[in-house]
Design a protein. Structure first.
Length: 344
């Protein structure tokens, strides 16, 4: 058996989020309006799901357009120009069209002339998948900064008569600039997994030109096995929190901010409590924005920054679930540069 390879020198730099941004459409749709459309009592949505209102994109607003606004905010937050971006990763499952990837349009709109651009589709888990890719690109030293964006406009692919999906979703975009940070800061660990046997838990909604027959039967709309998804979240979210705590030698109390995919605000609160997290640790956006799909995590992170909650050295745990089914977690320590901007 060959001798064990001795450990190399400790890394002198880490990889972390340097700036955050988000954007949501102007149109507000409160749950009373949705309840009237569905023919249910006004308190049914707020009581059962916890969404008070959500934002719907205008007819001429695309996922890419929302992404442009969020990306510019993230670039401003990081204090860098678009030409300093080496890669643009756009997580979306609601592009304008299958070809070309919407990231190309985003790259052009931003003027990120030095960047390669591509889309990622892992549904609501897409942002965390994109962040994992960004870490890999930066880890090999080939890119200086990576822009990771989540943007979705699910309002266009929802059946307005479906109580299981229509009350849940809203449109929006969130973005982060990822780059090198001092050692011990930034992303400390990231884990993802997929169980493809659950592929039919959430199906449809892609703008791929449905046939007349598919439109007649409504199969072009997003459909979800909501109870199965909720059971997965209830079982896996506490495990993801426990894994992160054990892996990094911290306690649940050491988690300053818990940013979770906003699948259902009531479900998130329930599962977070089961994991041992307090309401003060949990960052909520789903009550006023609904489930913004791939944008959910970066919107939540940006919301925490803009609310003044985030300081240098804070520990943030992000957890996500997406169709596929794919789920995962990322633990990070807020870099000093971001904390300084927040405190300013």
């Amino acid at each position: 058996m060959p001798d064990a390879i001795p450990p190399g020198p400790a890394p002198t730099t880490g990889i972390g989020v340097l700036g955050t941004g988000s954007f949501v459409p102007e149109r507000r749709v409160d749950s009373k309006e949705v309840a009237d459309l569905l023919g249910v009592e006004h308190g049914w949505i707020t009581g059962r799901i916890g969404v008070l209102e959500r934002r719907f994109a205008a007819a001429d607003e695309t996922s890419t357009e929302l992404a442009v606004h969020a990306s510019r905010a993230a670039l401003d937050s990081a204090g860098i120009d678009a030409t300093e971006i080496g890669t643009v990763i756009l997580a979306t499952s609601t592009p304008e069209s299958p070809v070309p990837g919407s990231a190309s349009r985003l790259q052009a709109a931003l003027g990120a002339t030095e960047a390669v651009a591509f889309d990622v589709n892992a549904a609501c888990a897409g942002f965390l998948v994109g962040l994992d890719i960004a870490c890999g690109l930066l880890g090999r030293g080939g890119r200086r900064h990576v822009l990771v964006v989540g943007s979705d406009t699910y309002s266009r692919f929802l059946n307005p008569g479906d109580r299981r999906t229509y009350p849940l979703f809203g449109d929006g975009a969130g973005a982060v600039v990822v780059g090198r940070v001092p050692a011990g800061e930034g992303i400390l660990g990231l884990s993802l997994r997929t169980d493809g046997t659950m592929w039919d838990f959430a199906v449809g909604g892609a703008p791929t030109g449905p046939t007349a027959a598919e439109i007649d039967e409504g199969s072009h709309y997003l459909t979800m096995r909501g109870r199965d998804i909720a059971d997965l979240v209830r079982s896996q979210l506490p495990l993801l929190v426990a894994e992160a705590v054990k892996e990094h030698g911290i306690t649940i109390a050491d988690i300053d901010h818990f940013v979770c995919h906003q699948a259902n605000p009531r479900l998130v609160r329930e599962a977070a409590a089961a994991a041992g997290l307090t309401p003060e640790q949990v960052v909520m956006t789903g009550d006023t924005l609904g489930n913004t799909a791939s944008a959910s995590l970066p919107i939540g992170l940006d919301a925490a920054v803009r609310r003044g909650r985030v300081r240098a050295g804070d520990t943030v745990l992000m957890v996500t679930f997406g169709a596929g089914m794919t789920w995962g977690r990322a633990l990070m320590r807020i870099p000093s540069a971001v904390g300084a901007q927040t405190a300013a």
